[in-house]
Design a protein around this ligand. Structure first.
Ligand code: SF4
Ligand code: SF4
Length: 374
């Protein structure tokens, strides 16, 4: 099982798609859900409880999460000293990676770092100077011996040219990433669709960009024998090539990947903090292997591509923050993620036959925080 350990609700950035949206969303109400507004800002339960909880699952993977988890670097060290999961991972904005000594950083199996693309775009979304500090820290941790997987985690919205920015992340003179994942800022806030340009952008920029990117992905396999870890493509290709069984929610939220709030209550995914109706137990007493499982309902349960999509997002499915019509625009992007990969499959199979790429090149640690379906 995978657990996001939410160390703090505080963050040291004010990104447009998160802090900015929170401000705009403030007066909207929240669909009648019973919310806990008094969650502690920092984790306040005994780490021994987490150690005991984790011990009950031999494959337990813990991911430090926030807010910004590195605001609690001392707690990270304490947890890493007391708890023994199969792997530790972290999702961070990267600004404070230099504050954690290499002996800890180098123990992370995976670091997911928020970078939206090149300097101009990252700083536009995340604040001036962010890109430089993050990239400097990434160079530092590599220099200090971090050998794990480093995933560029992009948040994508209307200012993003997906083709250009993913290519930039893979190949640039600053810091080239081997692994990239992206997530659409879509369906998470209450009143943003009406003031945004999502439909036009997704039809004229994002979806055509996906098709180009899928061709580029396979071109690179042909030309260089490299399978870039572009997680959305990797996840879909894995299903279409190797696993033909219907997939469940690909982020794992609510069935294999849960989150532990700052007060120790377990929720289906980190975004659902404070949603009391979805508290699934407390770390003090819950059994990690026997947590209640939750699955997506309408419209996903009746969707003709549920088997390959998996439902995209449990939080969006439950809260329905975007109207049916608006969310249908997001679903079009899911279809347009699958559609350009299908015609590439014969090329990939041919590359297997020619020995140019191997099946192992497509393997990845599932539920590692990459949601696969953006
Ligand atoms: S495409 Fe949309 S409706 Fe269909 S399963 Fe995915 S998120 Fe749900
Ligand atoms: S995709 Fe949705 S359900 Fe899954 S982790 Fe992200 S917010 Fe949670």
């Amino acid at each position: 099982m995978f657990f996001h350990v939410i160390l703090t609700t505080e963050c040291n950035l004010q990104c447009r798609y998160c802090f900015g949206e929170t401000l705009e969303d403030f007066d909207e109400g929240f669909g009648g859900f019973d919310l806990d507004y008094s969650l502690p800002k920092k984790a306040n339960y005994d780490w021994k409880l987490l150690a005991d909880f984790c011990r009950k699952d031999a494959d337990c993977v813990l991911t430090f999460y926030g807010g910004e988890p590195l605001l609690c670097a001392d707690e990270i060290k304490r947890v890493m000293g007391m708890v023994q999961p199969k792997h530790f991972m972290i999702q961070t904005n990267g600004l404070l990676l230099d504050r954690l000594e290499p002996e800890y950083v180098n123990r992370f199996h995976t670091i997911l770092v928020s970078v939206d693309g090149d300097e101009e775009l990252t700083d536009y979304y995340r604040g001036k100077g962010t890109f430089r500090r993050v990239i400097d820290n990434l160079k530092l941790i590599r220099k200090n011996g971090f050998k794990g997987e480093l995933i560029a985690r992009m948040t994508v919205m209307e200012q993003t040219d997906i083709y250009k920015q993913v290519r930039w992340l893979l190949d640039n003179s600053e810091f080239a990433f081997c692994s990239v994942h992206w997530q659409l800022n879509a369906g998470f806030w209450g009143n943003d669709y009406a003031r945004r340009d999502f439909k036009r952008w997704s039809e004229t920029s994002y979806m055509p960009g996906l098709a180009k990117l899928a061709r580029f992905w396979v071109d690179q396999m042909e030309e260089k024998g490299i399978v870039h870890k572009l997680y959305p493509f990797l996840g879909i290709a894995d299903s279409l090539l190797f696993n033909h069984e219907p997939c469940l929610l690909r982020c794992g939220g609510g069935w294999i990947n849960y989150a532990i709030q700052t007060d120790g209550y377990i929720i289906p995914c980190p975004t659902m903090w404070g949603m009391k109706d979805y508290y699934l137990g407390h770390v003090a007493s819950a059994e990690p292997m026997n947590l209640k499982k939750l699955f997506v309902a309408e419209p996903c349960s009746n969707c003709d591509i549920l088997n390959v999509c998996g439902g995209r997002c449990l939080y969006a499915n439950i809260t329905k923050r975007w109207s049916k019509e608006a969310y249908a625009e997001v679903c079009k992007t899911v279809k347009d993620l699958v559609t350009p990969i299908e015609p590439q499959l014969p090329r990939i199979k041919q590359l297997f036959n020619d020995g140019k790429v191997k099946e192992q090149d497509f393997t990845f640690l599932k539920y590692n925080g990459c949601e696969i379906i953006p």
